[in-house]
Design a protein around this ligand. Structure first.
Ligand code: PHE
Ligand code: ZN
Length: 877
């Protein structure tokens, strides 16, 4: 047990709040070292609360109390108690006004929770429990209040003063001492986690949006002056998101103004504060020179995500933090649909499934596994996980699949209408979908409480005489940390059947694809009028977040790779073929056997795909990509990093050399696309850079010069980074000059320098750890800037498995050292880094001991935040 207190909070202990706050008036006198907060709260006893605790207990941390009044009278010290986490008012009346004055210090707030300083601006982050670091409050999401805010600050230092809602009164009122004031009022009741304010000397891009009912909304994107030239994509993305939410979900925006502020110091991606989103600069700023095509796509997705929260999260919010997936799973599903609509449905689905299966499946197979609605936690900040977000979105997607587009939409409409202005549960969400469709999701709800990735095994049989084809399923949930009494889940399985010519068979009338609803541990489905034995295409579109076990011959896999009409399963079939050979190669390496050759037919299929450009070139690039080493690692029971790297390289080299002429021809055919962020140019760049990646595996001087040439003449960041990424794996003595040149070119662009750090941290060269250690000493490295920490230590720990898992333990030790250094600065980011040490069970016993030794060393350290303490103790179980 560590020294820091580890109080576990349980869902079963939830009780309604004893007091509520109808009105919250906040007055800020802002300055970086000492901000004065005056709050005036209209508090009353909750008539729905059965408990009769006479006292009011408010939450507050790192605050200095100045004054306390009840109904205008200063409170005598015997009528309240103060400790480092709470302020208790003894026996207040049923309804009263509480006035609190306190000081806070934004400039020493390196945890970046509450009010903090980022460069020269002041900003807030309140989710999940940051508001209590601003003033004492009932800082829980089921206490919703109407907020009015007055901000006073120096006119020159903080000319821009922003908070939630609409501006009230005249624009910034001049005051004495070179100060000015701004007032904001938010008419929608909200929990304190959605409160925000920003003060700074900021530049602004302005635009407007006319909603479906004809209201005009002012749109404002605020950034530091030197970044103003990188805001137009964010603005366009916001307008796209607003229009899409009207069209796809019938959701209209509700305030007169929508603001986005980009800050350089941010623990997460972005935050959906009502009307005033605060973003990590990484998800706002984009210009072709400084941002890659992937960055552009991420900006649009995150802007969409935060915008969609206005309904799924803000208008309808969470009752308690166990319900986090109510807003996050649903909103991720919504942003996925948005990106699919803006880009390519197939490509978006493949990318999301790749991420889910590589990282969420790994999380769910390890000691940190938890259901999308957890039943307990120590530190809520540790539950902003891939499971809550990504698996949460998959669960919403299954409901969408089961109800169909129209039924799902009817359910969402009812959900928003019924619960508008309320704080609700995942159960309420499912109930709304049931009620609108007369459906019963009782059994489906298991998905919310069961952890782990289910495995579904498929067997098929064809009856020649009866002309019937039977598909049988068995489901198992063998997650390490789930309850013994697991019930079978409802698993929607989308399926199609192909004949020998690759034609789709009709299953029910005209339909060639159908959704089977698996509800039992074992279940069979029989199709009739099937004239010859078909090839099954199962789990189309990845219709459920499961591991599918199916024994297809290599010929059947290739058949699907060539003909499957379902874009996801066609890609999946190709990945299965390649994975199969990579695993066979690993086996050969481990047993010192001869490496198996790639079958001609597989190479031939690759050739055919390369020769026949598809309409969706981005999809074509994915069809031709190798499964990632991280994805393959997740599927190995014991990860053998060295064999995995070798095998991956061998298969890549085989494809590179067998199809060399085609890779080269396509490289040149697509290389002329310099600029342009239209989908065709983006797709051409991704295809071209895939060709470069294969060609580089040939290790010829010719290809290397081509890569260097691309690096030196690139007119956009996508091409420059793709080339530098290739060069980063060459010997340090060779690549150092390119890294130096890149640094000189971009040293004034923080987000580009993050890439520069990350590429070096991910290098496969033998002295990578030595370089990474040197990077932490670089003048541009800063432990107080989460993006920097993530681009050096985070990148090394999560994206450089070769050196992180070095057999002498040096990688683990380096990461553990930095977790401890960071813990006293920013526990949330430190805890996230500590996640990288949780996968020890996947390694050989030597590495297991090495990782556990580092976990124990961290655990024994004092002081230790409860964030890191929770992660390391759970990881050790
Ligand atoms: N709620 C944010 C989102 O997903 C994430 C976040 C959580 C940001 C906690 C900051 C702090 O959109
Ligand atoms: Zn979110």
């Amino acid at each position: 047990m560590s020294t820091s207190e580890q109080k576990t909070i349980y869902l079963k202990d939830y009780t309604v709040p004893e007091f509520l706050i109808s009105k919250t008036e906040l007055h800020f006198d802002l300055s970086a070292d000492k901000t004065l907060v005056n709050s005036r709260l209209n508090i009353y006893r909750n008539p729905d609360c059965k408990k009769t605790n006479p006292d009011l207990v408010l939450m507050g941390e790192e605050l200095t109390l100045i004054d306390l009044k009840v109904d205008g009278e200063r409170l005598h010290p015997e009528h309240y108690t103060l400790d480092d986490k709470t302020l208790t008012i003894h026996n207040p009346s049923a309804r009263f006004v509480l006035e609190i004055s306190n000081h806070i210090n934004p400039s020493t707030n390196t945890a970046l929770s509450g009010l903090y300083k980022s460069n020269t601006m002041l900003c807030t982050q309140c989710e999940a429990e940051g508001f209590r670091r601003i003033t004492w409050f009932l800082d829980r999401p089921d206490v919703m209040s109407i907020f009015s805010v007055t901000m006073v600050a120096d006119k020159d230092e903080y000319p821009v003063l922003l908070s939630n809602g609409n501006r009230t009164g005249s624009p910034n009122i001049a005051l004495a001492d070179n100060k000015h004031a701004a007032r904001w009022h938010d008419p929608f009741p909200k929990p304190s986690y959605l409160f925000a304010l920003v003060a700074g000397d900021l530049a602004c891009l302005k635009d407007s949006f006319t909603t479906c009912s004809g209201r005009e909304v002012a749109l404002e994107v605020y950034v530091e002056e030197h970044d103003l030239d990188k805001t137009s994509h964010a603005m366009q993305s916001l307008k796209n998101a607003m229009r899409w939410d009207e069209q796809a979900f019938g959701r209209e925006y509700d305030l007169d103004i929508y603001m986005i502020v980009a800050v350089s110091h941010f623990n997460m991606g972005a935050m959906e504060n009502k009307g005033l989103n605060i973003f990590n600069t990484k998800y706002v700023l984009a210009s072709e020179k400084t941002a890659t095509d992937a960055d552009f796509e991420n900006v649009e997705a995150v802007i969409g995500h935060e915008y969609f929260h206005n309904w799924s999260g803000n208008r309808v919010t969470c009752r308690d933090w166990f319900q986090l997936s109510l807003k996050e799973g649903f909103t991720v599903f919504r942003d996925q649909q948005f990106t699919a609509h803006q880009t390519s449905e197939a490509v978006k689905r493949i990318k999301d499934v790749n991420m889910l299966r590589t990282h969420q499946f790994a999380e769910d197979a390890g000691p940190l596994s938890h259901p999308i609605r957890p039943s307990s936690f120590v530190e809520i900040n540790n539950f902003y996980t891939l499971t809550i977000y990504e698996k949460g979105a998959e669960v919403v997607r299954m409901l969408h699949t089961l109800l169909g587009e129209t039924g799902f939409r009817k359910g969402c409409d009812l959900y928003f209408e019924r619960y508008d202005g309320q704080a609700v549960t995942t159960e309420d969400f499912v109930t709304a979908l049931e009620d609108a469709n007369n459906a019963n999701f009782e059994q489906f709800k298991q998905w919310y409480s069961q952890a782990g990735t289910p495995t579904v095994t498929v067997t098929t049989s064809y009856n020649q005489n009866e002309k019937t084809y039977t598909v049988s399923f068995e489901q198992h949930n063998n997650s390490p940390s789930t309850q013994a009494d697991k019930e079978p889940l409802v698993i929607p399985i989308r399926l199609g059947l192909l004949d020998d010519n690759g034609k789709e068979l009709n299953l029910h009338g005209e339909q060639t694809s159908t959704v089977l609803e698996l509800t039992k541990a074992e279940q069979s489905f029989t199709f009739t009028d099937i004239n010859t034995e078909p090839t099954p295409s199962i789990l189309r579109g990845f219709s459920a977040p499961i591991k599918l076990q199916q024994t297809l011959s290599i010929e059947q896999k290739i058949h699907l790779f060539q003909h499957d009409k379902d874009a996801f399963n066609r890609w999946e079939a190709g990945q299965n073929c390649l994975s199969y050979f990579i695993f066979k190669t690993i086996d050969a390496i481990q047993n010192h056997h001869k490496v198996p050759p790639l079958p001609d037919e597989l190479v031939g299929t690759f050739r055919a795909i390369l020769q026949q450009p598809l309409a969706d070139l981005a999809y074509q690039s994915l069809l031709l990509s190798l499964p990632s080493k991280a994805y393959l690692a997740e599927q190995m029971s014991t990860i053998d990093i060295d064999a995995l790297y070798q095998a991956h390289r061998i298969v890549k080299q085989t494809l590179a050399s067998s199809l060399q002429d085609l890779w080269l021809a396509h490289y040149h055919a697509n290389h002329h696309v310099g600029a342009g962020t239209d989908s065709q140019s983006i797709a051409q760049r991704s295809f071209k850079n895939l060709c470069l990646d294969y060609l580089m595996a040939l290790e010829t001087d010719e290809v290397r010069s081509m890569c260097i040439q691309q690096f030196e003449t690139a007119r956009n960041m996508t091409d420059q980074i793709a080339a530098l990424a290739e060069l980063s794996h060459l010997d340090t003595s060779i690549n150092v000059s390119y890294f130096d040149a890149f640094y000189q070119q971009w040293k004034n662009e923080d987000l580009v320098i993050d890439k520069w750090f990350a590429l070096q941290a991910c290098s496969e060269t033998t002295d990578a750890l030595h370089s990474v250690k040197k990077l932490t000493q670089h003048p541009d490295f800063d432990m107080k800037t989460p993006n920097r920490v993530r681009s050096v230590i985070g990148a090394f720990a999560t994206a450089n498995p070769l050196h992180f898992n070095a057999i002498d333990g040096s990688g683990y030790e380096f990461v553990a050292d930095n977790i401890l250094l960071l813990d006293s600065i920013n526990p949330q980011v430190a805890a996230r880094l500590a996640n990288s040490l949780s996968h020890w069970k996947k390694f050989d016993s030597t590495r297991q001991q090495l990782i556990k030794a580092q976990l124990s060393r961290i655990q024994a350290h004092t002081p230790l935040s409860k964030d890191v303490s929770e992660i390391v103790s759970r990881s050790l179980t």
